[in-house]
Design a protein around this ligand. Structure first.
Ligand SMILES: Cc1cc2nc3c(=O)[nH]c(=O)nc-3n(C[C@H](O)[C@H](O)[C@H](O)COP(=O)(O)OP(=O)(O)OC[C@H]3O[C@@H](n4cnc5c(N)ncnc54)[C@H](O)[C@@H]3O)c2cc1C
Length: 306
């Protein structure tokens, strides 16, 4: 168990440090125990400074975007959470190669919609994806046949020992819902991102967004969740395999495998992280037994799980 030097942190962050914060209020699945502390971040300079302070003090921390891809354990986190709300956005439509710049706490869907409103095409896939730019860059978010690998030009990244670096997309070594940052748990903070976009018309881009949004509305369940729990195995779909294992509607406590889309687990109200984890293990076990395929989580488990 890590001992967090709370007195030092109180001195560094003053009233900005909130202590014993319930993570259920900061995650889209609405589950998770208490974090030792949380600091709200409003600019990228602030994000970099806070990370440097925590590294210097050897205090473990996570950067939190919208909490839409993490399952935080019920016992909470012996960590500080940097809640990233640095959300500036600059869209240049004047030059021949238009560019979309966003701070890492910007909401990805907003970046996509604002680009479309300015007549740029290329980011329409991202409009219905919840979460921040930072979370999307970290995990190679994707949907509707595209992903960050296609859309990202470069990211500005603060590395614990190397300082601020500009990473072209190739350096992130993207794989399906994964980056080198995620695979190697690198000590980094994503500060900003620049996306590729092409000139089009507002009508064209907006039409593509509407199609994506309508498709999603028709196929994905409402309610508190983390979206898809498992990665699709090569040539198949995790949802199809879980459904074929007879698990649609299966409950554990207050969590349920969605009867609409079996790769979603819904918090029916008051679910624990353990309820969700139990359903995930059940899905893994039954799918492995029936199909010989081990489903790999798409979401990230943070904290302790049995
Ligand atoms: C209803 C629903 C639908 C979804 N649909 C999709 C979909 O279609 N496609 C898809 O890919 N995902 C989907 N997701 C999952 C999720 O939206 C994405 O993975 C999203 O990119 C996560 O962003 P976030 O800001 O919520 O990240 P968080 O969950 O807050 O964080 C995820 C990880 O990224 C790290 N991180 C976040 N910001 C930074 C930063 N600035 N620097 C360093 N590390 C950082 C965190 O520390 C953590 O390890 C869906 C989720 C929900 C709830």
């Amino acid at each position: 168990m890590t001992q967090i030097p709370m007195d030092d942190l109180r001195q560094e962050f003053g009233s900005r440090l909130q202590e014993n914060i319930c993570m259920a209020n900061y995650t889209t699945a609405r589950v998770g125990g208490n974090a030792a502390g949380l600091v709200s971040i409003h600019t990228v300079e602030d994000l970099a400074d806070a990370a440097k302070i925590l590294w210097d003090l050897s205090v473990p921390f996570i950067v939190l975007g919208s909490g839409s891809n993490i399952l935080v354990g019920d016992k909470g986190l012996d960590k500080i959470v940097l809640h990233n709300r640095a959300h500036n956005l600059k869209i240049d439509t004047k030059s021949d190669t238009p560019q979309v710049f966003a701070e890492s706490g910007a909401i990805l869907g907003t970046v996509a919609r604002q680009s479309a409103l300015r007549g740029l095409t290329g980011l329409e896939w991202a409009a219905p994806v919840p979460g921040t730019v930072g979370g999307a860059v970290y995990g190679n978010a994707g949907a509707h046949g595209s992903d960050m690998h296609e859309s990202l030009k470069m990211a500005k990244i603060l590395h614990k020992t190397r300082g601020i670096e500009e990473w072209p997309v190739e350096k992130l070594a993207y794989q399906y819902r994964s980056s080198v940052l995620k695979r190697e748990k690198m000590p980094v903070v994503i500060l900003t991102a620049v996306f590729n976009a092409l000139k089009s018309t507002r009508e064209d881009a907006w039409e593509k967004i509407s199609v994506n949004q309508a498709y999603r509305k028709g196929t994905q369940p409402p309610g508190a969740s983390m979206g898809s729990m498992f990665k699709n195995p090569v040539g198949d779909y995790a949802g199809r395999l879980i459904e074929a294992s007879g698990l649609k509607g299966r409950r554990s406590g207050k969590a349920m495998i969605s009867p609409i889309h079996a790769n979603f687990i819904i918090n029916l109200g008051g679910a624990s992280a353990q309820d969700i984890w139990t359903l995930m293990k059940t899905a893994q076990d039954l799918v492995s037994e029936k199909f010989g395929i081990l489903l790999e989580p798409e979401i990230e488990l943070i904290g302790d799980f049995d």
